[in-house]
Write a protein that binds this ligand. Structure first.
Ligand code: ADP
Length: 628
């Protein structure tokens, strides 16, 4: 998989990398619905679930509480969200290390025009979510109730709202607007908000990562096919069209929702059947779609019945497929082509026959399925993306497992981090210059300085436990020798000589650029000490410029061990940007960038004394990062 580059870290768009696992933190994700609540604690350094909790039938006399680590179903003593969660959350907390829990992310369905990104929940934000009740009367009030209850049980960590609609805020006016009287549009905030945004965003980024491409170079048609279903055109990283509209009713034929219909049917039925708006709404949302056509909203059931010759089941499937094919064609037209089609959610991830029917005859957009791969598809282990396109398909056809909870957790973590950064002055990274030096094994120390000799401390170095020694050696290369090269202690399991490129030319050797400790295949050198001579077979390297970081620093900068970053060093006359800087994270490290004397000279940083690490007055700013 290729690397992904990000823009300046302080202005990172928080949705740039839903799958980047750089935080040493756990996030609780709460999805509070009208009849059930799901809560998951996710460890973001691994993506693993620490615990999953569900409370079902929340309005029954005794709501049912379940945890992922047991088959036991507990009966909550009282009905309703407040009471059931007052019983459930303390039990969840018992299963956690509360110190690791750094925040709570809440799924909030409708962000209206107000929220176009995940947002830290303040009292003001709660009021704004309240102001959107009329746009999502079935969801927002319950979502906000979940926020308020969770805040009581988790008062010490930030809470973040992640909106289903936010990803679609980029849809342009020509696609967002409905052709209705402008005064009504304005009065009632009528526009295409779109839904399933968390899922579309997540699977699109996963697909880009899988393809080794930058999402900003791709045109993607994402098909989220669950009970509710929607399709989204993602052009160069942003949503430009989606099939759900002001409400989740528009678009595809769904489990129980009609999707697109002639609006004239509504007024006709209201008149002919004397129906109220509530009855019409219930009919369109709960009694239509595949359930309306064939009596079931379960695609497995419909496929089985269709295979047995059930005409209505077959019609429901055909309508589902036909409507989606229309949208795929339309979205290819909107974007002037597509580089990938993604299938996700219950039907998209599981039904090979549906996928096959949907992409049938898409050759005109150069999308060709490999039927064998499609039929044989099975996600194994941690795999979450599979390519089912034929080798000659220019448009990739991918099946991606969606994970909205993980996406919410990741977005929550980034909001928390960004809010912390906002309150902190930008941090400079101290830069230390490392002059040529030598690390030795105890055995080598004894060869050079005499039997039983122990290195002595000249002065401690900034990295805890490390020190410059009083002892020095002479380096002898094929061309020249360099005297008084300092040894750095303590002794190590391997000998290692770190020199600059200029030293290499002088000594007459060609040393590779390596991370400390990785000396395999490097050239050797002769070392001369007061008591003897040591012929090293290998061990001479030019150190890979690197930054030592404590895990807290890594969290601050949003990087992890082995990431590669760029660091800008400001200097009035010769400031420069160091590329390929290696991040090294350990709880034994202190924040400090190490460069060698050549590099310091290039940036005109003040030089250290011979043989040890010397801190300069300069500081580096981490500007870009590259993560795997
Ligand atoms: P939601 O989250 O919107 O409730 P899901 O993403 O769980 O929905 O998808 C539910 C749909 O996926 C149902 O129509 C179900 O029948 C369908 N589905 C699940 N597994 C399969 C399968 N193996 N074959 C066909 N359809 C499936």
């Amino acid at each position: 998989m290729e690397s992904v580059f990000f823009s300046k870290i302080t202005s990172l768009k928080i949705w740039n990398s839903p799958t980047q696992k750089s935080f040493f933190m756990q996030i609780l994700v709460v999805n509070c619905g009208s009849s059930s609540v799901k809560a998951e604690v996710i460890d973001l350094s691994t993506g693993k679930r620490i615990v999953v909790m569900s409370v079902d039938r929340i309005n029954d006399a005794q709501p049912k509480l379940k945890f992922s680590d047991s088959d036991q179903v507990l009966a909550c003593p009282a009905s309703g969200h407040e009471q059931a969660l007052a019983f459930a959350f303390p039990k969840l907390i018992e299963k956690l290390d509360k110190n690791l829990l750094k925040g709570v992310g809440h799924r909030v369905v409708h962000g209206g025009k107000i929220f176009d990104e995940p947002t830290l929940i303040t009292e003001e934000v709660e009021k704004q979510i309240e102001s959107l009740y009329s746009l999502a009367p079935l969801h927002n009030p319950i979502n906000l109730l979940g926020v308020r209850i969770a805040k009581k049980h988790f008062p010490d960590v930030p809470h973040v709202a992640v909106f289903d609609t936010a990803f679609h805020s980029t849809i342009p006016p020509k696609a967002k607007n409905y052709a209705l009287p402008q005064n009504l549009i304005e009065k009632h905030h009528i526009e295409r908000y779109g839904f399933h945004g968390t899922s579309h965003r997540y699977v699109a980024q996963r697909a880009a990562n899988y393809l080794g491409a930058d999402i900003h170079d791709l045109r993607i048609i994402s098909c989220h096919l669950g009970n509710g279903a929607s399709v989204c055109a993602i052009e160069y990283g942003v949503s430009v069209e989606t099939s759900m509209g002001m409400t989740p009713l528009e678009g595809l034929v769904m489990g129980t929702r009609s999707g697109d219909i002639d609006a004239g049917i509504i007024t006709y039925l209201m008149e002919q059947e004397n129906m109220t708006w509530q009855q019409v709404s219930d009919m369109l949302n709960k009694e239509s779609g595949m359930k309306g056509i064939a009596g079931s909203n379960d695609m497995r059931d419909l496929e089985e019945r269709a295979a047995d010759g059930d005409v209505q089941a077959q019609l429901a499937i055909d309508m589902f497929v036909h409507r989606l094919r229309k949208y795929i064609g339309a979205y290819a037209a909107v974007m002037g082509g597509a580089d990938a089609i993604i299938f996700t959610a219950g039907i998209g991830e599981n039904s090979a026959s549906l996928r096959s029917k949907i992409v049938y005859k898409l050759n005109y957009m150069r999308a060709i399925i490999d039927e064998h791969k499609n039929k044989m598809l099975k996600f194994i282990g941690v795999e979450d993306v599979e390519d089912i396109s034929a080798s000659n398909s220019l448009c990739k056809i991918l099946v991606v497992k969606t994970d909205e909870q993980l996406s919410i957790a990741e977005q929550t973590a980034k909001v928390i981090k960004a809010s912390k950064l906002k309150n902190q002055a930008p941090r400079n990274i101290p830069i230390a210059v490392s002059a040529r030096h030598v690390h030795l094994t105890q055995e080598s120390v004894e060869i050079l300085f005499g039997k039983g000799y122990q290195l002595t401390v000249q002065k401690p170095l900034s990295q805890p436990g490390q020190f410059a020694c009083n002892e020095m050696v002479t380096l002898v290369g094929p061309k020249n020798k360099i005297e008084k090269v300092r040894i750095l202690g303590p002794t190590r399991p391997k000998d290692q000589v770190e020199i600059s490129r200029t030293d290499e030319f002088f000594l007459g050797i060609d040393a590779p650029i390596r991370e400390s400790g990785h000396t395999e295949g490097s050239p050797g050198l002769t070392l001369i000490g007061p008591a003897g001579k040591l012929e090293l077979k290998e061990g001479v390297i030019c150190a890979w410029r690197h930054i030592h970081m404590h895990p807290d620093d890594a969290e601050y900068f949003g990087v992890k061990d082995k990431d590669i970053v760029e660091v800008r060093v400001e200097n009035q006359e010769r400031g420069l940007t160091f590329g390929n800087v290696l991040i090294r994270v350990s709880d034994k490290f202190k924040l400090e960038m190490h460069i060698d004397t050549d590099e310091a000279n290039a940036a005109e940083l003040n030089q250290g004394a011979e043989g040890s690490l010397v801190l300069t007055g300069a500081g580096g700013m981490l500007t870009k990062k590259k993560v795997s």
